[in-house]
Structure formats: C-alpha cells, structure tokens
Design a protein around this ligand. Sequence first.
Ligand SMILES: *Cc1c(COP(=O)(O)O)cnc(C)c1O
Length: 394
Amino acid sequence: MKAAELIDKFVMNTYARAPITFVRGQGCRLWDDQDKQYTDFLAGIAVCNLGHAHPGVAQAVCNQALNLVHVSNLYYTEPQAPVAQMLVQNSFADRVFFCNSGAEANEGALKLARLWGKEKKNGAFTIITMERSFHGRTLGTLSATGQDKIQKGYDPLVPRFKHVPFGDLEAVKAAWDDNVCAVLAEPVLGEGGVVVPPDGYLAGLKELCETNDALLLFDEVQTGLGRTGKLFAHQHWGVAPHVMTLAKALANGLPAGAILAEEKAAALFGPGTHATTFGAGPVIMAAAGVVLDNLVNRGLVEHAEAEGFYFKARLEELSAKHACVSEARGLGLMLGLALDREAGPLVNRLRELGYIVGATQDTVLRFVPPLVVSREEIDGLIAALDQVLAEQES
Ligand SMILES: *Cc1c(COP(=O)(O)O)cnc(C)c1O
C-alpha cells in the first residue's frame, strides 16, 4: 500500500489532507512522489523560514546528532547557550524558557500569568484574549482561543478567559475588572484571517496593563522570527510585551517553542515550578542557532521585509483587478487575500498549477512562504493567481 493509504488507515483522522505526498524539498521548492515540482508559499504553515533542506541547518543537525541528542534538563548542554543569548540580546526579554511547540509555550505563558495574579494581584486570574485568536490545542490554550470551532466538544473549558473583539481597545477597557491579571494577544491575527490591528492598539493594550499592573502577553508563535519583516511583529509599533511566546519558525521545522520574559515575570518561575523533558534538546537548539544567525546576522529579516513590500503591492494589483477579491492585507511575508467566496477551490486549483498556498477563516487565501522567497517566485505565484481568479469570474 502507498503511504497515503496506510496513513488513512492507521493514523487518527484529525486532518483534512490534500491528496499529495511530498518526498523532498529545496529552498522554496517541493517535489511529490510523482516527481511533480511545486513552489511553496505555505512553508509548513509559517515554519520553514530558511527554506527546505537548508544546508546549514542540515549540517548542524547531523553534526549534533552524531555527538549528543538528549540528556534532559537536569544538566547543562552547549547548543542552547547561543540561542538563549541571541533571543535575549535581540529582544525586550531578560530570560527565555525553551519548550517544544506553540501550544506548550502559550500554556507556560498562561501559567506565568496565573503566578503573577497570585503574587501581585490578590489571586486575580482572569485573562483577556481576543475573538478569532488562535493559541493552540491544549485544554488551556484552546480555552484562551477565541473560536467556537476549536472549543466545540471540549467543555468545561479552563476558566476564566474573557474574549473581546480583536483590534478594539474600548472592548478591552469594558471587559476589565479587578480580577484581570493579564492580556494575551497576537500582534497580527494568523489563523484568524491575517488581520493587522489599527495603529495605537498594541500601545493601548500596553498602557492598560501597565496602569493596572497586569501582564501583557504577545503570542508571536506565527508572527515572530522575521515573518512580518521585523524580527518580532510588535517592533512595527515599538510596543514590547512583558512576555512573548515563539515557536513555528524557531528551528526551521524541528519542534521548538520558547517563552521570553522580562525579569519581573521570568522570576516567578523557580526550580520545580515548570519543566519539559525534550525542551532545548541539543539537536533542536543546533538548528535554532542557525535560524537565529540567519535572521540576526545574515540579513534574512531585511530580505523578508523587502520581498514582503513587493509581494503585497502585487497582491493589491490583483485586488484592484478582480472583483472577487475584497482585500489584500498583512505585513511582511504574512499576507492574505480576502475573497467573497470559499478559498478552498482556489487552493486546489493553485496546487494543480504547482503552487502551495493556505486558506484560513474559509474565505482568506494565506501566503506565508519561506523568508528566502525570490522575486521570480513571487511573480510566478502572482501570474498563477491572476489566472485562477480570472477563472473564478468567467
Ligand atoms: C500555530 C500557532 C499556535 C500553536 O502552535 P503549535 O506548535 O501548533 O502548538 C499558537 N499560536 C499561534 C498564533 C499560532 O499560529
């Protein structure tokens, strides 16, 4: 039997997969088991920022795997040192905690918020989060998530999250009471449809938190690490949170997550209060070191910013030309095309033409390519999109 048939038979049925089996990649290109070539504008959902089969990452992983794979966090290992140092020295944070995924990073950030409420706010434990947000699939993070479809069937949920409309500062003020210990927000909604907040929004959240001695938590699992054309998305507005989570792109496809925090929040964790078996494993950290080196020292963020401007301008041309497109939006290389119809059929049609893209919130085409994407690759996608949008209207 082929891999797809075996997987359909033996693996739990949690994903609506496209009928395609990828076998190799290189940069922004992918090949399936029929040797058909694709250009990848999804990057494993905003993960493979350095592109597929990156030689630097592959070399670092191989060398480390031949040396030492795992000993646990009961001991020091070397590869996490430069990663922690680069994250702290290039962010607002004083310390970092390493884990394995976005959900796990957010779960840890929620635990920090609980400790903050206990220690500084008489046991306050309400956390304000946003409608249409996405924070993960654990019981805690799905409770924080502001989407019914993610929560359905899993109640009773973890108390007590108050969901307010994204981008609406007045709604946050109206929801505020003495039991609020933290606010959790994505700087740009990802799964929620690639939505950039109005100017002043993040600054307003920060001010509310500072005034009320609450923690501001930014979920930069998707927006972080160069995706929006800055190392972290909050830098577009010059508003640093007290705590930030990272994951997706941190190790270019190997599982990694991180919580970054100011000392006042980081100090709430002490030995025994939080832990993970696999977090900061040497192989993962070897890959993350190469990722951060490319972002911080080798111009990858600047490349993402420049190509993002170009890509968005080309999407705006398509938006002006095609009636079924209502808006081109996003920041850097986290871009969306909002349609007046289901995006699924266009995703399938683009795949036939050799382009891998995503869809979110049913009607939004989503583009989150490897940050190494070239102008020629963007032009190729734009031509294919132009054709597919014209087909929709004929
Ligand atoms: C993907 C994502 C998560 C969840 O990350 P996992 O690694 O799948 O647990 C959380 N928050 C945001 C903003 C995400 O995009």
